[in-house]
Design a protein around this ligand. Structure first.
Ligand code: 1GP
Length: 247
């Protein structure tokens, strides 16, 4: 299996470069808005594109990926909220285990259902320990997964959880405040987890401007994910990409 996406993240980490991943929720943008966003992603030289959502209510995943791929050759990685969000049109998939929670369906149940489909696909599988962090109010991700996020002032819990994920073989840690989070993950927690594990760290949720993106990347995030803030303002993609790439 090709490891193109993982190698890109690992190589950036090794050389101290920071990456921007643009999160596209296929439910939120119509075709015209998606084309504008795709053009901005391409022009901004964003590094990665994640596609998915905690709860998709429209059947637009394949179309969304088709449009993104017709504009740029940046790899598209599925960021699935459920087994229904698998598409062969993507390049890879974050194979998430929700290790901050204690819901077996999201720790291993859905992964068992998805594994045979993924095994016969050409998708790059990125084993990812996914951790929800409390961000001010309940998010769709914590509601739908029926899990309690890690308290935002308990960096020791985040560190221990990430360590356990790494020891169990996860190749990435994704700490997420949830889409549209009121507060982004504290830089102090990002720094602590960065010191606790050797694998690359992805941070998202509630990052809305270049200053915050720099703060989070400087604290130790290898990949910064921004979604919501770009939905009404795709021109912001180049500003945040330039900021992250300047570190
Ligand atoms: C959500 O980490 C992502 O799962 C991105 O969050 O949409 O708040 O940028 P935002």
């Amino acid at each position: 299996m090709m490891q193109e996406i993982y190698n890109k993240i690992q190589e950036a980490k090794n050389s101290g470069k920071k990456l921007l991943s643009v999160l596209v929720d296929p439910d939120k943008l119509d075709d015209d808005a998606l084309k504008v966003t795709a053009q901005h992603i391409c022009d901004a030289k964003a590094d990665l594109i994640f596609v998915g959502g905690s709860l998709l209510v429209k059947d637009n995943l394949d179309n969304c990926i088709d449009i993104l791929k017709s504009y740029c050759n940046i790899p598209v990685t599925l960021f699935p909220g459920s087994v229904q969000q698998i598409s062969e049109k993507a390049d890879g998939i974050l194979f998430l285990s929700l290790i901050s929670g204690r819901n077996p369906d999201f720790l291993i149940g859905n992964q068992v259902i998805a594994a045979p489909l993924l095994k016969s696909s050409s998708l790059e599988i990125l084993a990812t320990g996914y951790m929800l962090i409390e961000s001010g109010k309940q998010t769709t991700a914590s509601y739908v997964s029926n899990t309690t996020p890690i308290p935002r002032d308990k960096k020791e819990i985040a560190m221990a959880t990430a360590m356990a994920g790494e020891m169990m073989g996860q190749k990435l840690i994704y700490m997420d405040g949830g889409s549209g989070a009121q507060n982004h993950i504290p830089a102090e927690m990002v720094g602590a987890v960065n010191k606790a594990v050797d694998i690359p760290i992805i941070i998202g949720g509630g990052i809305r401007d270049a200053k915050t993106a720099i703060e989070i990347a400087s604290a130790g995030a290898d990949v910064v994910v921004v979604g919501n803030a770009f939905e009404g303002n795709p021109a912001l993609i180049s500003e945040i990409a330039a900021a992250i790439h300047s570190i």
